[in-house]
Design a protein around this ligand. Structure first.
Ligand SMILES: *Cc1c(COP(=O)(O)O)cnc(C)c1O
Length: 224
């Protein structure tokens, strides 16, 4: 997949949203494995929000680019023993999928910082290989997050399976959207449905994604 200029990708997001009669989603630029210089180059073009998968790799970039005041999202699986570092460095954690993580993130969010924005990661296709909670577990996890003043529940995140059949992919996005609408009706700060990556962002937008997470289509293929 060749990398698109930021302006072209933003236009694609806008066009996909307009065609579906939906608001244009936010772009999270997924910068895992990319050097700090590549992040700084996109930031110079106006991109503010960046997504990282590994807490330590991200912490180094966050420190190196501190003066740019970017918005950093953790999108990878979070081990409990990394929750302290994650709570200190990130602005958002999109991969909250169990109560133990809620407690650990809340306990370590520094008092001097704004509440940590969190998304509940849902394993929407019930894949053994994937992290995320089951759709049934969302209400209890949401209640646990709401009870923590150092956390702010903003919505849901999913990585649907890349089914070859377009209908099957559409059903997963639709189920996520329905869960999101239910959650937003109950919790006032819930405004984010994070789904869609380089290979499927137009479909995700058509089904109501408010944030897409794009790496390869922006930075080119990763060398990993
Ligand atoms: C790597 C990653 C992305 C970006 O994937 P691309 O296919 O490179 O756009 C999005 N979300 C998550 C959770 C990821 O791990």
């Amino acid at each position: 997949m060749t990398a698109l200029p930021l302006s072209t990708l933003l236009l694609n997001l806008h066009n996909a949203a307009t065609a579906a009669g939906r608001p244009t989603p936010r772009l999270l630029a997924v910068s895992k494995t990319q050097p700090a210089d590549a992040v700084a180059a996109l930031a110079a073009q106006g991109q503010r929000a960046f997504g990282e998968n590994y807490v330590q790799e991200a912490a180094a970039k966050i420190d190196a680019l501190a003066e740019l005041r970017l918005e950093w999202h953790l999108i990878g699986h979070l081990q409990s023993n990394k929750a302290e570092l994650a709570a200190q460095r990130f602005d958002w954690v999109q991969s909250v999928d169990r109560a133990k993580l809620v407690t650990a993130l809340a306990a370590h969010r520094p008092a001097a910082r704004a509440p940590l924005n969190v998304l509940i990661q849902v394993n929407i296709d019930d894949e053994d290989s994937k992290h995320g909670c089951s759709p049934d577990a969302v209400p209890a996890l949401a209640a646990a997050i709401i009870a923590e003043p150092r956390l702010r529940l903003r919505g849901l995140m999913a990585i649907p399976a890349p089914w070859p059949e377009v209908d099957r992919r559409a059903r997963a996005f639709e189920r996520m959207h329905a869960l999101f609408v239910d959650l937003a009706a109950q919790h006032p700060h819930v405004d984010t449905l994070s789904m869609g990556m380089s290979g499927d962002y137009p479909e995700a937008i058509a089904h109501g994604a408010t944030m897409v997470r794009v790496g390869t289509a922006l930075f080119g293929a990763r060398n990993t």
